[in-house]
Design a protein. Structure first.
Lengths: 368, 396, 368, 396
């Protein structure tokens, strides 16, 4: 049955996320970027809500169960600041992946991540370079002596230099199926190249990582429903981008009603108001698409959504990049300076759009 | 209660049955309807073959549109999309026009009893006359005049784009009783078929598309109607009706906007499915590289249409919950139509010149779909509504 | 040296073309479409200017030599009506192709086309179905007894049912090179399926044609520089589309200055004026691109422009389709009825865009 | 004379030499310039290695920008694109600012002799102060005041986005002498470095991009300058200058617009070339299908940039012929910048997260290029100019 209403829990999560985003994250957005790290108190506050650590209560999480609720949490938090949310979420998904696929023997690891705000986990997932996200070049195979060998290159691993536990995702060399392996940090054969920052999202201290490691067989995680979990992780990036875009147009809309030019608030010019309206139209539907895929991710009858999520991410990437751009243009010169946050959102939307990009899912389109 | 775009099984079954029937039984008459500038002559018999209730107004006693737990307005989207999937001609025969809905929205209880209730399920057809040659969106410019003369109103003016205008049992005509009042002086009048001075200027305007939908030019030349035919007036309020005509007319339209977009989606989906089928037959003619590109194109177009569906569903879901949201309705209408045009265009391009020929229906559908971004508010009007939702009345 | 000025001859051609377009073609545009043929007197008038029959004077043409001048002629004529120009040009290019590649022995054929206004020639060129225009599936090969066999399917052959002479373009089966063959109408193995009209361009009475014919060896035309000639033929369609688009926005711009809504001419609303301005920006650059390619077509050092022309056509197709659409939207309901010509231009731009379309040169882009 | 976009051989040679040098000698300092918020310290030595004349203003006696038969403004496009191809930092060092150009456009002969001529080729730097915190495009809103006090003008107000403002030998400041006159009350004043009450609020504003271009916030707090420093006033016309300040300021900018777009094209082309090279190295990582798609993308982006070049050339060609066309200049500026942003964005997406890291310059160029669609008239301003060319002053 068609039901597009959020339930009471989701509404509560939305409200909490929005409040935290605006009151706690937004004020330290610049600081988190400059210091390349989330201020400890802010991380702790966010951590304690559990909104970015989607793990059941019995493992110490806040019990965010379904993906729709997770999306609601992320979009509202990101209304405050995408960089901090991306950092926290990147660590949180490691806990989620271990909780879902690690079995009872990994419960302690999960509890470590849900109880210690200084802990950081990581999932080495993205491979960049315009590859489809589900066609990993990282290969995983079982050696003759029954151990697991992992070889490959990953990019944009948040906290890659020191996250522990660390899960690497790749493709089983024989079956072609997707696999996830727990790789202890002290394993030989891990090379880390921490980026010296970038366009945005610096609070997550992302790194490129190369792996040529061999680990015990029991480090291979349970692969059942793994694609669903990966889909969930990937969808979160869409929610973060959309929360950012939404905030940017709300900010620009307010500016447009206050700023006067040629005798009128600039909102009175359709050349100003229509791009913002169009951005809202796009964001609305991209958000509905995100929630739809989130809901379908839990439908046992649904087909594999990997390709649909790739398409969504390409679309959201463009939607958020152009929406934040419309916000910059609305502010004109003021959109270009750090006194206003729109330039930060513009950079963040771009950086998010390059994380998980498949060139088959969209095409370059000139602006005119 | 969990968030879901998936329709209930009864609604999904209804949608599928309607789509299959419309494609197999209505579509074969699409070319004829376009050429004739009218529905096929045997349209009643064709509609009689429908496997599900269409909510026909032309046939008294026929089953109403079913109720689904998904909600009325959401369910109606399934109707609009899947009927349009076959072709757009059946809409013109099934509907009874919208004049009586204006009566329902603006009339007194007596007027509703007299003009609205008899129409429902009766086969009677009503029309609506607002647009004039010199204006479209700016309804404050109504220049048709209504002057009180004893027990009559005397109307003078010209109306265009009146769906069913030439054939309706009555037409609800918007006219000004006092030009100095601007929009506030505009009122709605029930003009029965055959009223003296009621002249059909053109039975069916020469349109690029939706040719089988009769839209008329109506001329009112000293057209005389009884004094009680002004909507909202109960006789004891000195000639002032209870409600402004303009607001009433607009409220009758707003909830329909996502339906219009959804018709466009049905047409575009039909084009896309026809194209996919033809291209699959011609696969051998494509290099592997072009074939891959074509597959990506088809996927991108399907995704784009799916987005339009969601936006329309969102608006109508809110309407069903009583939380009608002008902005959501405007997004529902403003988002899809232009994209639907592009989908059909791309399909024709992928098919090459044969795609634009009369061998196929795509060229017709391209002409038909264009109206979806014009009537009941162009994309610009929808943007303005969304902008005002975002920035308030100051938005341009 | 950069020189973007039209010379005296080109300016003269532009003026003549514009005048003919507006005064002679435009008034009969509807009639030509309804009757599926250009009124005889109009055809004769256009024919006598030679603007659409680019053949040297010694062969009876008006001597339009270079491609830039031809583009200037076509864009200005099409400012009047694209359907009539497409019809006349489609016949004219048969004369051009024979004049350039037929050798002295085809001079009589060319003179027939340049002297007799009732004659119609045709080049069977397009293959449709989203194929690249230079990768013909029509194959041409030399049989064991030295004759030429032509097999393939062509679409959108103007006057396909009765044009004579008829030239078929295809690929040499052995070398892969492009070839053109003169196919007499009475040859066995020509199947014609005349379209019963279509979205637009009906005055050209296009047909689909299938060929499985064998003709004498001398019917093979000289292939030297054939790609240049085909490029020229193809570029003409861009010029026709752009002339149409230009006219549509000029018409809409005038309407917008006269039509009043909400107390102002609708041109005062940027939601109305900006789409027309954007269309003009696009048309301007697409026109410059067309002229650039036209100029480079005669540069012996230039690389093969076949791919560049395919890209241009994809771009022009979109530019003209969206520009004529903007014109329709400007007129609103009036844009949808036959009392105004914009709906005809909208249909024509679409039909032109499907003639010579390569799916690799552009991608579907949703409007929002 | 035949129509051609192909530059003369000398111009093509100049362009190629400039591009190669800029990429090999200037680009290596791009990151440093961005981090320092200033050109590299050894910028003079770097510029000294240029193989072609740059028309340096910082170095008296250096060769001027060469003359080419292609025309002055057309030739300048080769300068802007190819220098930007390396990085944008050199522009800030080579130019002398635009304050003196305003003097040239608006000054009396005496003023031109005093303030314009000494600057040309001298190494002196001038600045221009128009924008204030509360307005951008709408220059009629100038709120900085200039009040006559005996033999002085006393200025009060704040200016932002003043290129070179903190370091210039003088700044041309726009201020109103009479608010009741609106735009007509605005005049231009030469404010020398060190004038009393001239305060540098911020030496270099904290910008997203073009950080090495010093743009200052200037505060005028009872800033006192001699009475003859009002441009266009020869002392005998009772305080009224010959020309309105606003028109003068605008005319100084219009011909520069296509140059700005062309810088954007240079930056985007650099991004595209870097990306193409990196992708080619990584080809083995792509499936054949994705590799084809990537190749099509690169071709489409190159074509899009080429279009922007043509539009800029068209405008500047007309300018060289004396047929300056506001609409063509607006198309030249309005067409490319947004597309250039998209090109760089797409390049970063194709490269993946590494594309947005500081390992490469694309993230910097993405920040830099954004200004090209803002300063000297945003895309909206250009659309308005084009719309007015098409529809006259009535266009909104």
């Amino acid at each position: 049955m068609v039901n597009l209403e959020l339930d009471a829990e989701q509404l509560e999560v939305a409200e909490l996320g929005r409040q935290l985003g605006l009151e706690v994250l937004s004020p330290v957005a610049r600081e988190a970027e400059e210091r390349r790290g989330v201020p400890e108190g802010v991380w702790r506050t966010l951590f304690e809500t559990g909104l970015t650590v989607p793990v059941p209560e019995e493992l110490g999480g806040a019990g965010i169960g379904d993906t729709v609720t997770l999306m609601v949490a992320l979009e509202n938090l990101s209304y405050g600041d995408p960089g901090i949310v991306f950092a926290a979420y990147s660590s949180g998904v490691a806990a989620m992946l271990l909780a879902r696929h690690g079995g009872p023997e990994r419960a302690a690891l999960v509890r470590g991540l849900t109880s210690d705000p200084t802990a950081r986990g990581a999932v080495a997932l993205y491979e960049g370079q315009g590859r489809g996200a589900a066609e990993f070049a990282t290969v995983i195979h079982t050696t003759d002596d029954g151990r697991i060998r992992v070889r490959g290159h990953k990019t944009a691993v948040a906290f890659g230099a020191d996250a522990d536990p660390l899960v690497v995702v790749g493709t089983d060399e024989r079956s072609g199926a997707v696999r996830a392996v727990l790789v202890p940090r002290d394993t030989d054969g891990i090379t880390v190249k921490a980026y010296d920052g970038g366009l945005a999202l610096d609070a997550a201290r992302t790194a490129a990582m190369s792996f040529d490691v061999t680990v015990p067989a029991e480090n291979l995680l349970d692969a059942e429903d793994l694609l669903t979990t990966l889909g969930r992780i990937r969808l979160g990036v869409a929610a973060i981008a959309l929360g950012t875009a939404w905030r940017a147009i709300d900010y620009a809309a307010e500016y447009a009603t206050e700023r006067v030019a040629f005798g009128r608030p600039i909102a009175a010019f359709q050349g100003v108001s229509f791009p913002l309206a169009e951005a809202q139209m796009r964001i609305t539907q991209a958000r509905l698409e995100t929630l739809d895929l989130a809901a379908r991710l839990h439908d046992p009858d649904a087909a594999d959504l990997t390709a649909a999520i790739s398409r969504l991410l390409a679309h959201v990437g463009e939607t958020a990049a152009e929406a934040t751009r419309a916000a910059v243009q609305t502010l004109g010169g003021h959109g270009f300076i750090a006194e206003h946050p729109v330039e930060l959102w513009y950079r963040s939307a771009m950086a998010l759009s390059a994380l998980d990009f498949d060139p088959l899912c969209s095409s370059f389109t000139p602006a005119l | 209660m969990t968030f879901s775009f998936t329709p209930s099984k009864p609604l999904a079954d209804y949608a599928r049955a309607l789509r299959d029937w419309s494609a197999s039984e209505c579509r074969p008459y699409a070319r004829e309807a376009d050429d004739r500038h009218a529905p096929p002559e045997n349209w009643r018999e064709i509609l009689d073959t429908a496997p599900v209730p269409l909510g026909r107004h032309d046939k008294p006693g026929s089953d109403p549109f079913p109720e689904f737990e998904d909600g009325y307005w959401v369910s109606r989207l399934a109707y609009y999309e899947n009927l349009a999937y076959g072709d757009i001609w059946p809409f013109h025969t099934i509907g009874s026009g919208i004049g009586h809905r204006v009566v329902q929205a603006m009339g007194t209880p007596e007027q509703i009893e007299k003009w609205y209730e008899p129409v429902v399920g009766s086969g009677l057809v009503t029309a609506f006359a607002l647009t004039e040659p010199h204006f479209g969106s700016d309804t404050s410019q109504v220049a048709t005049t209504a002057v009180r003369d004893g027990d009559s109103w005397v109307l003078n003016g010209t109306k265009i784009f009146c769906t069913n205008g030439a054939v309706a049992d009555y037409t609800v005509v918007f006219a000004t009783t006092d030009k100095t009042l601007g929009a506030k002086g505009i009122n709605a009048f029930v003009v029965p078929k055959g009223a003296p001075g009621f002249v059909v200027g053109k039975v069916n305007e020469h349109k690029m598309g939706i040719r089988s939908w009769v839209t008329s030019e109506l001329v009112f030349a000293d057209c005389r109607i009884p004094v009680e035919n002004i909507l909202g007036w109960s006789g004891d309020d000195q000639g002032r009706p209870r409600r402004g005509g303009q607001a009433g007319a607009l409220s009758a339209l707003a909830s329909n906007r996502p339906n219009i977009a959804t018709m466009g989606i049905g047409i575009a989906q039909a084009s896309l499915d026809v194209t996919s089928r033809l291209l699959a037959e011609q696969r051998a003619g494509f290099s592997p590289r072009r074939w891959s590109a074509v597959q990506d194109e088809l996927a991108a177009m399907n995704q784009a249409l799916q987005r339009g569906r969601r936006a329309a569903h969102w608006a109508q879901f809110l309407l069903d919950r009583g939380g009608s949201d002008r902005s959501a309705a405007a997004i529902g209408k403003g988002y899809a139509p232009h994209t639907c045009e592009r989908v059909i265009r791309r399909c024709m391009q992928l098919l090459g010149p044969e795609g634009t020929s009369r061998e196929l229906l795509l060229e017709k559908w391209y002409r038909d779909v264009k109206i979806m971004d014009i009537f009941e508010g162009s994309g610009q009007v929808q943007r303005l509504i969304v902008a005002r939702g975002l920035m308030g009345r100051v938005a341009g």
